[in-house]
Design a protein around this ligand. Structure first.
Ligand code: TNX
Length: 523
């Protein structure tokens, strides 16, 4: 009898010692973007108990997760191919699981194991990004080694969630770009658009036109030394982004925003004379000449850039061609679109191209909108207002889809308020609330949801030249945009967002991000 009591007592002590601590349930986690379905199991899993990744899929995705897991938890994890062992992180590729959406995933965490299920690697990676936030957000709480259990079934509102970096006005080197990719990846961004050419600099090596980088790449706004990516660099960037399931979209802007090309090759100018390098910040003063030399040039450039771009899109710019003859403009857009299609890519262009003869699979990027209550101080401002919507409505009739990027709401280079030192303010100011607290369907009822492929937040670089500058304008607004792109609008709420985003400060401090401490948030 005595022995029995002793055994029961020992069992009790052992099971008590193993009992998970009480921690906040999973839906209280400050996820950004917030997942679309969460169910709590009201218990906890000890992260250190996960020692194996068991995967039935390709080892590539398991290896990507292994590396990021080890960086995050500072402990080793091994990979085994297919196993039913408990105590693992199980990756299950199930072709039938929500196969209509590559990014849909199930993340199921119980007291002993973690299951990630998706129809493919992309969804697995999205699940990992959610799990990574769950682990990292717990690091600053009691029982930091435990995560709450529960089931997350998640998929994005929009399949296209992008940001853009203008590497022309100021050049950012490969390491700076990789850092930017790391930071935006935390927020499930899946496209990175690179503004590779503009008046102030040509940033991509074109082997058949070496002067573009030898001359056109040698300066930037303010007259600094500029720079460019060799094709080898570019491939390295594409691969780096690919490992985070981010697709690179190259932009070669035509026919305006071309002074750097016009200063490299005389034949691109109608008078046959080279332009001087431009290091100011004006727009709309340059144009390629409509001649056969130019179209051969455009073909060569698009051929070379397409060959090193695995993604399906090619951005042809097309904005603010104020000094191009209207008939020439139409010819530029239609011929260039055909060249892009010939090299197997789909065209994206700024909304201005909606007026031209676009091909039906074209994506029109809605940008040209200023805030309704903006005080117009400059006659130039009147040109914008809602010109973008006019362009889009014409372009949609020709079959174009829409990418939502209104300058009034989504431009990362716009000042937060009148005190912000960096940035511009031509469409109005963009506080964190202005960035987050709106709904696409309410703002643009004239654009059918079926026509919208997603969102993009562009970061123009007239006023920024360092990674610290990039950080300041990007955080906390980019996470706000990521949630607009990912989370169902019915599940988004401003007050809730600012209470969650406050905790992301810990993640940003860990990564040494120079974020803007918006006074609207209690950090
Ligand atoms: C407008 S957005 C531009 C850019 C500028 C930006 C500054 C667009 C298609 N054109 O050339 O850099 O405003 O906010």
């Amino acid at each position: 009898m005595k022995n029995r009591i002793l055994i029961v007592l020992i069992c009790l002590i052992v099971s008590c010692a193993k009992k998970a601590p009480l921690i906040d349930s999973i839906e209280k986690t400050e996820f950004v973007p917030y997942p679309n379905n969460i169910e709590s199991y009201e218990s906890a899993l000890e992260i250190n108990s996960i020692l194996l990744i068991a995967s039935n899929g390709e080892l590539e995705i398991a290896n990507i997760i292994k590396k990021e897991w080890e960086d995050l938890t500072k402990s080793d994890i091994k990979i085994i191919k297919r196993s039913t062992n408990r105590g693992n992180l199980v990756i299950e590729i199930d072709k039938k699981f929500k196969s209509e959406n590559n990014e849909a995933y199930l993340l199921d965490i119980d007291r002993k194991s973690i299951l990630i299920k998706s129809s493919n690697d992309e969804g697995v990676y999205r699940a990992w990004q959610t799990l990574k936030q769950l682990i990292e957000l717990r690091k600053h709480k009691e029982h930091p080694n435990f995560v709450p259990t529960g089931k997350i079934l998640d998929y994005p509102e929009y399949k296209f969630r992008s940001t853009m970096l203008d590497v022309s006005r100021h050049f950012f080197n490969v390491d700076q770009l990789k850092r930017f990719i790391d930071l935006v990846s935390d927020y499930k961004i899946n496209f990175l658009h690179l503004g590779l050419t503009n008046d102030q600099g040509w940033r991509i090596e074109i082997k058949s036109r070496p002067k573009l980088t030898l001359i056109g790449g040698k300066t930037q706004v303010g007259g600094g030394k500029g720079g460019y990516y060799s094709q080898k660099d570019y491939k390295d960037i594409v691969k780096y982004a690919r490992n985070k399931f981010i697709t690179i979209i190259p932009e070669v802007n035509i026919p305006g925003h071309t002074n750097a090309a016009l200063s490299s090759y005389a034949n691109l100018n109608c008078d046959g004379k080279l332009k001087k390098a431009y290091t100011g910040t004006n727009v709309g003063f340059s144009t390629l000449c409509n001649n056969s030399y130019t179209f051969k040039f455009i073909d060569d450039v698009i051929k070379e850039v397409s060959a090193i771009t695995p993604g399906e899109y090619f951005h042809i710019g097309g904005d603010e061609s104020h000094v191009t003859k209207p008939s020439d403009y139409l010819e530029f857009i239609s011929k260039t679109s055909q060249i892009v299609n010939k090299y197997g890519k789909k065209v994206i262009g700024w909304d201005d191209i909606g007026v031209a003869d676009i091909t039906p699979n074209t994506v029109l990027q809605l940008w040209n909108i200023t805030q309704k209550d903006k005080v117009v101080t400059n006659i130039e401002d009147l040109k914008h207002q809602d010109k973008g919507l006019k362009n889009i409505s014409v372009g949609m009739k020709k079959g174009g889809d829409v990418l939502i990027s209104p300058a009034s709401k989504m431009y990362l280079d716009i000042k937060y308020d009148s005190l912000t030192k960096l940035g511009l303010n031509w469409p109005g100011y963009i506080s964190l609330k202005t960035a987050y607290d709106w709904k696409i369907e309410k703002e643009f009822p004239q654009i059918p949801k079926s026509k919208i492929i997603g969102i993009e937040a562009p970061l123009w670089s007239e006023t920024i030249s360092t990674s610290e500058d990039i950080d300041y304008l990007t955080f906390p607004r980019l996470p706000a945009y990521s949630e607009i792109g990912w989370t169902n609008p019915g599940k988004r709420e401003w007050k809730d967002f600012i209470s969650r985003i406050a905790s992301h400060r810990f993640l940003w401090e860990e990564r040494k991000i120079n974020y803007y401490p918006s006074p609207l948030v209690e950090w």
